[in-house]
Design a binder for this molecule. Structure first.
Ligand SMILES: [Zn+2]
Ligand SMILES: [Zn+2]
Length: 338
């Protein structure tokens, strides 16, 4: 079977690999769609910390079950599935507490081990979720949406709360959608006007703010009756924006850091204490979050098609990919058909 290997930064090649077999408890999936996100772009460009080469990328996956190992009872040949790409140990303190998303020895396919840029992949059957009636495009974007769903679940939003989401990329937009579904009033901040337009048209947020300096804090205050936001989510990927975000949190509010940066984040403690800010990080997602996304999709509360800005066939991916990584490509979500 054909696979695409990222041998070193900025270099992909097609290789032939043996087709996987389904061991006990596993299922072989014929990959049909691969979603492309910032992690893939950074890994390709060599800007992903703790990343080893060569590696087959691809962790946002949809496909069709084509073989079942012994002991698999919940799936059938032909099922369309989305893949939960986080392989947890099941035994560590996090796993024992149901927090498989932050397992101490978590292996994410497409990051820590080979992922889905190949025609077939073998996965533990309990990491495949079927969802009759959903398209492969939708199934491929479930993982990306589940990250937003997880962050929103962690925030424990009450209806009517003011929520500010900084960073209107695909993860930020997912957060906006699930915050809106939770009944929040949603404000979005970004430096990029096109992304703010996406937040307005797709995530149907209540207000948008063009980020920049002192004036941003003023605008957050104006839009929240002078209070600041009860919940602020950072999805910017910028250490500077993450530090700025502390200033937008209302007294008694929560601040969730969803994006991860390779930097130290600091804050001014007297302000942090005066507000009694609750600071949370949010990492990956759990089965519960995936199931929530699938439910919202089945109920048509989410329409993912407008997020797909770029699309290509698997056999054209190497030619197309470096164009997708350029900052002016306008990439929101890329989807590879295979
Ligand atoms: Zn991703
Ligand atoms: Zn674990």
């Amino acid at each position: 079977m054909k696979a695409i290997v990222c041998n070193q930064p900025d270099h992909f090649s097609y290789v032939d690999r043996p087709k996987p077999v389904a061991d006990r408890g596993q299922a072989v999936v014929r990959i049909r769609r691969i979603g492309i996100c910032g992690t893939d772009l950074h890994a390709f460009r060599g800007r992903q910390p703790y990343f080893n080469y060569p590696r087959i990328l691809g962790h946002e996956l949809a496909g069709e079950v084509v073989a079942l190992g012994d002991g698999v009872t919940d799936l059938q040949i032909g099922d369309a599935v989305t893949v939960m790409p986080y392989l947890e140990c099941g035994n560590c303190i996090a796993c024992r507490n149901g927090k498989t998303n932050c397992c101490t020895s978590l292996q994410v396919i497409g990051v820590h081990r080979d992922g889905g840029m190949q025609e077939f992949i073998s996965m533990p059957a309990d990491h495949l979720l079927k969802a009759p009636g959903l398209s492969y495009d939708e199934l491929a974007l479930v993982e990306c949406m589940a990250i937003g769903a997880h962050a929103v679940r962690r925030a424990g939003i009450s209806p009517g709360e003011d929520v500010l989401v900084t960073g209107a990329g695909p993860i930020g937009c997912g957060i906006m959608q699930f915050a809106r579904i939770a009944g929040a009033r949603v404000i979005t901040m970004d430096v990029n006007e096109q992304r703010l337009e996406l937040a307005r048209s797709w995530a149907r947020v209540d207000a948008t703010i063009k980020a920049g300096g002192e004036q941003s804090r003023q605008q957050v205050a104006e839009l929240t009756a002078g209070n600041g936001a009860a919940v602020v989510f950072d999805a910017t990927g910028s250490a500077q924006a993450m530090m700025q975000g502390f200033e937008y949190v209302a007294h008694g509010g929560r601040y969730l850091l969803v994006s991860i940066v390779d930097a130290t984040i600091s804050f001014y403690d007297p302000d942090f204490h005066r507000r009694e800010t609750t600071l949370l990080s949010s990492r990956n997602a759990t089965r519960e979050d995936f199931l929530w996304v699938l439910k919202c999709l089945a109920e048509k509360q989410l329409d993912l098609a407008p997020l797909i800005s770029h699309r290509c066939r698997f056999d054209r991916l190497i030619e197309e990919f470096s164009g997708w990584t350029s900052p002016d490509s306008g990439l929101v979500k890329g989807v590879v058909e295979i």
